[in-house]
Design a protein around this ligand. Structure first.
Ligand code: FMN
Length: 265
């Protein structure tokens, strides 16, 4: 009489493989089912970051003072793709699907930067990027641009918002970086971020000239209008932030677009 040996080596393998298979099917199923929610959350997070940079949403809030939520507030923005060299709109590219960061990795959609062209250490710059425009009674109210650049440990990704004059900074916020908490990570400190609004961007020569300084110029002086406190113990991150702001608002960044926008206002 043949006896069934449930402890045999082959049965142990069959049971172990079956359990692995069932678990992997369950995990993959959950991952696939959660993908749309993850994408929705990513989009919501992006909108919140843009609104926070523009000062339209509190740093820890999901609604404004009038109770308007993120989608309602973001709906006031016109989202456009811009050719960075000419500063013209690219209506052939859909802002809903165009990804500037991905474009920067594609040699057909970006250009390599030489060392002198690359103070933000991004190596390649996309040919086109996205702008977020908020108008009020037909006039420009806020312009938000994506910015990025190298700190100490990696690239900081964020948004810079400008006021209607395209000269005054409305806010800066980073949604991703690798800087050390308490040192370079202080880029996320809300007190430091609150010092950005009102800072002047272009100097008398029309060049972006934001300076992150250890010692501020006397209050009321012209130089002080361009200055932001450096992050203490984080010289590399500080330099990185200064460089990326000046790069993305300069000739190789959104400078040509912002000039055009100013001229058309
Ligand atoms: C563990 C560790 C983490 C650090 N993280 C940062 C950082 O995120 N950003 C930064 O600029 N410097 C960071 N530094 C400090 C730099 O190495 C460097 O000493 C500092 O930028 C000098 O700044 P200071 O001139 O303001 O003192 C870190 C140092 C250590 C040891």
């Amino acid at each position: 009489m043949s006896s069934f040996d449930k402890d045999s080596l082959s049965n142990t393998f069959i049971v172990a493989i079956s359990i692995c298979l069932v678990c992997s099917i369950v995990v993959s199923g959950i991952a696939v089912a959660l993908k749309p929610t993850q994408q929705e959350n990513k989009l919501l997070d992006q909108k919140q970051n843009i609104l926070r940079a523009a000062g339209l949403l509190g740093q820890d809030s999901n609604v404004d003072e009038q109770g308007r939520d993120v989608d309602e507030l973001f709906a006031e923005f016109d989202v456009r793709v811009v050719d960075l060299d000419s500063g013209e709109y690219r209506d052939d590219l859909d802002p809903a699907t165009f990804d500037p960061i991905r474009a920067a990795k594609d040699p057909d959609m970006s250009q390599a930067l030489s060392d002198s062209e690359d103070p933000a250490t991004i190596r390649r710059r996309e040919n086109a990027s996205i702008v977020y425009l908020k108008r009020s009674e037909g006039e420009i109210d806020k312009v938000v641009i994506p910015v990025r650049g190298y700190g100490l440990w990696g690239t900081l990704f964020g948004y810079l918002a400008l006021d209607s004059d395209l000269q005054t900074i409305s806010g800066l916020g980073f949604y991703s970086h690798k800087e050390t908490p308490g040192l370079g990570g202080e880029v996320d400190n809300s007190s430091w971020k609150a010092t950005w609004p009102g800072t002047q961007l272009y100097n008398d020569q029309g060049e972006p000239d934001v300076r992150l300084v250890k010692r501020r110029s006397p209050e009321g002086s012209k130089a002080a209008q361009y200055e932001i406190d450096a992050l203490s113990g984080a010289t590399f991150t500080t330099r990185g932030v200064e460089n990326l702001v000046n790069f993305w608002t300069g000739e190789m960044g959104f400078g040509p677009y912002l000039k055009r926008l100013k001229a058309s206002a």
